[in-house]
Design a binder for this molecule. Sequence first.
Ligand code: ARG
Length: 486
Amino acid sequence: YINFYTNSTALVKDVLSQYNEKKEKYGDSEIGKGKNVVIDYSAPNIAKPFHIGHLRSTVIGGALYNVYKFLDFNVTGVNHLGDYGTQFGKLIEGYKMWGDEYDIDSNPIDELTKIYIRINELCKQDENVLENCRNNFKKLEDKDPYCVEIWERFRKLSLKEFQRVYDMLGSTFDSWNGESFYSDKMQEVVEILEKSGRLVESEGARVVELENMAPCIIEKTNGSTTYATRDLAAILYRARNYNFDKALYVTSYEQVLHFKQVFEVAKLLGIDKKYTDGLEHVAFGMVRLKEGKMSTRKGNFVKVNDLLNESVSKVEEIMSTRDIENKKEIAKKVGIGAVVFNNLCENRVKDQVFDLNQALNFNGETGPYIQYICVRANSVLEKAGYIPAAEDIDTKELQGEDAINILNLIYKFQETLISVAEKDEPSILTRYLIDLAKSFSVFYNNNKIMSDDKKVQDARLYLTYMVRTVLETGLNLLGIEVPEKM
Ligand code: ARG
């Protein structure tokens, strides 16, 4: 898009009337009408920690979900839980051996992780144990009652713990169909691939050979299925049930090869080209804490729950000297918003080092900064006690450079959201909000909003009102709430 105005009066008029028409809905669009988008995001693994990679997926996927919806797409958010796979064979084996040593009910993820680490160690030393683990998963797939019972218990306890994170973030999903949902749907995939003639034996396993990349394993040596087989079954299911135009997968770029393979093999499933063309891996960079990369197996992970709580209590500390009500509520919005914004503010493929202090810097390019500008705009409007009517605004009063900068940005709000969806890149919106907040801050410092001249005051108040709405809409689309006061 290239939009430029040689005539600033036209710009002011245009923005005012477009804004006045939509008000709180300003920026929305109908470009998505009649189009279906499936977004596969969050997807933590049962009995394993919800790590900051999952946080990033949850936050990016959630933001995309909201933006697509705002643009009138019909969106289905799927939490493709990692609730199946060989790790359950390991966990079941570990649980069988040492189950009573651990208090799984009161602290499921921590305790199950300990078991997982311990059994992994043992597997390294003892081939037989590893073999038992593999067989356990096969038994689970064959619906062995004992294995199913333990698995169900792990799943339920883990979901309860994940829900605490989702509650803090305000995340919701339209479907919780995880990998296990496809346990009875993979046979069809295998049959279709058999018929295609592309499923071949390789070292005892069954694979699809691919050009320029490693083969995609469909069945392991012992006949059990793989992560890829489940994703293929999910593509079939989603094509049939959601008739998607676009199906997005939000995970770290560690899974680039996995999705390349799966998307290639999907072309053999006999579904319309529309579907295979619509598959898209929305990859993001690795998140590292200053301590280094987090790994479940080594056990040096940070719990997202703790991270969010720490952020909230740091904000409480910062605000402890301020004289405002509902500090707890505010600290929650600011603390969690800071983490969310930080996860979105850089180009998603970039690796990130997470630094809480930086995320919480009220003067930096952060969530709290934008929230603060929003609150400031709100208090101006509150003090004025009224919002002037758009028709009464004298466009001549908004011709100054500072006002024009703001109006140019407000004018671009919708196209910004459209490019977020086109590129599946929420950082386009975070950048935009920072620019808008900064330009309002400049305007606010250079121009007195309350004035003896009613015409000047009305124009500036209306500008403030537009900025406030656009900032709030933008933050909400990212999954961030705006506090009343700060
Ligand atoms: N559970 C996986 C993980 O933690 C992510 C799943 C992503 N979605 C998918 N359809 N493969 O890495």
